[in-house]
Design a protein around this ligand. Structure first.
Ligand SMILES: CC(C)(COP(=O)(O)OP(=O)(O)OC[C@H]1O[C@@H](n2cnc3c(N)ncnc32)[C@H](O)[C@@H]1OP(=O)(O)O)[C@@H](O)C(=O)NCCC(=O)NCCS
Length: 142
């Protein structure tokens, strides 16, 4: 398996459409960066994305923050450490770009993602009032 950053996100969006048909967006939000995983046959089997919040806010805390946005691994490629590698790759990229903090959220019952994120050093934090839902918010310094 190979994990690498891509500028062309068509294959990532195709996986997104399979895994998240109800919330799939045709066009990614501005500024999103994408990573892709390919299996040994060259098939795209997973993707992950990051959204820098620099453009989104004037608040200095948020300017230094990246949001680990969607990640998805096709069923056939799960449990082989791909999400773990996606988390590391995105944190490495953010560190190189000078970001100081990463945040993300997962459904409270998504034990797989929670496990990977906690192992990668993320800790739960209390979200500000405009974020809500049955999700756990996590952050870490980078
Ligand atoms: C969540 C998801 C991205 C994980 O991807 P992955 O590549 O399989 O993740 P990894 O292989 O890096 O790690 C999975 C971890 O969950 C653990 N795990 C697997 N099944 C488990 C279970 N039933 N209970 C608890 N932990 C479990 C694995 O052991 C592994 O932990 P480990 O590294 O300590 O062994 C993938 O399952 C997926 O795409 N799910 C659907 C979409 C989704 O939920 N996306 C995230 C929210 S946007």
């Amino acid at each position: 398996m190979r994990v690498f950053r891509v500028r062309d996100f068509e294959e990532a969006l195709a996986i997104d459409a399979i895994l998240f048909p109800e919330t799939h967006q045709e066009l990614p939000e501005a500024g999103n960066q994408f990573w892709l995983a390919r299996d040994d046959e060259g098939q795209a089997v997973g993707f992950a994305s990051v959204r820098p919040l620099r453009e989104a806010s004037d608040d200095s805390k948020w300017k230094e923050t990246v949001f680990l946005s969607r990640v998805g691994v096709l069923q056939s490629a799960r449990n082989q450490g791909l999400q773990t590698r996606f988390v590391r790759a995105r944190l490495r990229w953010a560190r190189r770009k000078g970001y100081k903090r990463a945040v993300t959220y997962v459904s409270w019952d998504n034990v797989w993602s929670l496990r990977v994120l906690v192992k990668a050093g993320f800790l739960p934090f209390r979200p500000t009032s405009y974020w809500a839902g049955n999700v756990t918010y996590l952050e870490r310094e980078i």
